[in-house]
Design a protein around this ligand. Structure first.
Ligand code: ADP
Ligand code: NI
Length: 219
């Protein structure tokens, strides 16, 4: 990688670290750092342009559309402003912003539309961080920050058909496992991520078994 590209990545890393330091909604700097690290690993196995992958991973949660009334253009706009201010090339900016716009999960019934290998890699890295032990931790952290109950047997999981239904839902954290987390294994794009997802998925399933056993009074 060229020295100028490394410098650009370093500058973006610093600014994202500052911006997301205090986020309690599941998008803190350490989430971004893990996605960045995982995306680099996936790139070594799957290929793709390293610069685009690293920048998209670093900037993917710079503005969460769920906090802007479902507007998924805020993130790419903010990413573009930052990249322009650091003098990134237009082609790279277009690729990165396209990835950020299409990255996130928008409901069980909403199809993924990632156009590039780079995007599919960053999406896999982001989704791997939503399952396994880290996924459990993040779901409960998000649930707490957004005032959700851990579980209520009277509230049933819903397979959201569109973005609006997904973003306005007020379900429980355990329902989120059924509405999103357990579906991610089959929505991984790359072979490498599918393998990692299998192990993390099994952990989620075991966690749920234990959760319901204790809920039902296992001693
Ligand atoms: P990302 O795109 O980084 O996976 P999201 O914005 O979809 O992030 O969610 C951030 C974290 O919060 C993820 O771990 C996700 O599973 C969790 N999360 C999102 N929505 C809910 C919800 N309704 N209940 C519990 N956890 C949630
Ligand atoms: Ni993310």
């Amino acid at each position: 990688m060229r020295l100028a590209d490394k410098t650009l990545i370093k500058s973006v890393e610093q600014i994202v670290k500052q911006e997301l330091a205090a986020d309690s909604g599941g998008h803190d700097w350490f989430h971004v750092w893990r996605v960045w690290t995982m995306a680099r690993h996936l790139q070594t196995c799957e290929g793709g342009d390293g610069l685009v992958i690293e920048l998209a991973a670093l900037l993917h949660d710079i503005a969460d559309w769920k906090s802007y009334g479902g507007d998924d253009t805020v993130g790419p706009r903010k990413a573009r402003e930052l990249l322009e201010s650091f003098g990134a090339g237009e082609t790279v900016i277009v690729y990165v912003c396209e990835i950020i716009q299409h990255l996130s999960f928008k409901g069980a019934g909403v199809k993924d539309a990632m156009l590039t290998l780079e995007g599919r890699i960053v999406q896999d890295a982001d989704r791997l961080d939503a399952i396994g032990a880290l996924g459990v931790a993040r779901a409960f952290a998000y649930g707490g920050a957004s005032g959700r109950l851990a579980y209520d047997p009277a509230i049933k999981p819903v397979m959201h058909k569109n973005k609006k239904a997904y973003v306005t839902a007020k379900g429980t954290v355990i329902n989120h496992f059924f509405e999103k987390l357990l579906l991610l294994k089959n929505r991984m794009n790359t072979k490498t991520a599918k393998k990692i997802a299998n192990g993390r998925h099994r952990f989620l399933a075991r966690y749920l078994d234990q959760f319901f056993a204790e809920w039902n009074g296992r001693r």
